[in-house]
Design a protein around this ligand. Structure first.
Ligand code: IPE
Ligand code: IPE
Ligand code: MG
Length: 253
């Protein structure tokens, strides 16, 4: 693990890493256990990765914890996940404060059970002045939900005369997204061997590097994060340009 860490170029870290924490259910099933057992163990990975990202100096870490579509899972799983959420926030609040981590939530918080919302609001308030790292939890989040809301809000503001439709540009749209305060993720990691985005940050991931690993989320640890970052650092991000444009040949006379 130390080897991997030493290979990382600290001057070229992604500022924002986003993770689709997938595979809890399969991890549990493989062990002959209930899916909730997987979610329970997934919390340990969250703790480990938040710590690892903080130690490295990652400024923004977004974790996809529960999607809009996840509400359609069996009631017992949804209830179990919400209980786990409340329990985890209570347990982790002190560490977030101690480590100067600012918590953010993106997603439809109104959908969450009252006690979960209350606990979250408390921690959001208690950590609002923190600055070391931003931990962004995507809860009851989906990109299509976010984009529809943004469009609706822009339409209302146009109607109210606050926005001139002729001036709408990418910055305008960006400012209506739930992520308006954050830079776009440069690296998106999905665990557990699925090669899809599942309605996560569709707009914001436009130029993100995508990294997929077969490791199930409950087994994902700092060293797996380091591997993903090393992989990221070995890629050439071209943003539509050519390789030569990015690394022009030195002029020789
Ligand atoms: C990710 O693990 C956690 C949530 C979506 C809440 P899954 O529960 O999706 O686990 P798999 O993909 O079924 O193994
Ligand atoms: C994506 O995982 C959502 C989260 C990790 C919270 P899912 O397991 O819900 O996605 P699909 O169903 O495999 O696309
Ligand atoms: Mg899944």
């Amino acid at each position: 693990m130390q080897d991997l860490l030493e290979k990382i170029d600290k001057s070229r870290l992604p500022r924002h890493v986003a993770i689709i924490m997938d595979g809890n259910g399969r991890w549990a099933k493989e062990k002959g256990q209930d899916r909730l057992y997987g979610h329970f163990h997934g919390v340990e990975s969250v703790r480990n990765i938040v710590e690892g990202a903080g130690e490295l100096g990652i400024e923004y870490l977004t974790l996809y914890a529960f999607s809009t579509e996840n509400w359609d899972r069996p009631a017992y799983e949804v209830t179990g996940l919400m209980e786990l959420l409340v329990e985890t926030i209570k347990k982790e609040a002190a560490d977030l404060k101690k480590n100067k981590i600012k918590l953010h939530v993106i997603g439809d918080m109104n959908m969450l059970p009252e006690n979960a919302r209350k606990e979250l609001e408390e921690v959001l308030e208690e950590t609002k002045d923190n600055a070391t790292m931003h931990l962004i939890m995507a809860l009851s989040y989906s990109s299509r939900w976010e984009l529809v809301n943004a469009v609706k809000q822009i339409a209302f503001d146009v109607q109210a005369g606050k926005v001139d439709p002729a001036t709408i540009n990418q910055d305008t749209l960006q400012s209506y997204l739930t992520t308006s305060e954050f830079p776009d993720p440069e690296l998106m990691i999905r665990t557990s061997g699925e090669y899809r985005i599942s309605n996560f940050l569709l707009y914001q991931l436009a130029y993100a590097e995508l990294y997929f690993t077969n490791v199930r989320w409950p087994d994902f640890r700092k060293e797996n994060l380091y591997e993903a970052i090393l992989d990221f650092q070995n890629r050439e991000r071209r943003f539509g340009k050519t390789s030569d444009q990015l690394r022009p040949e030195p002029v020789t006379h």
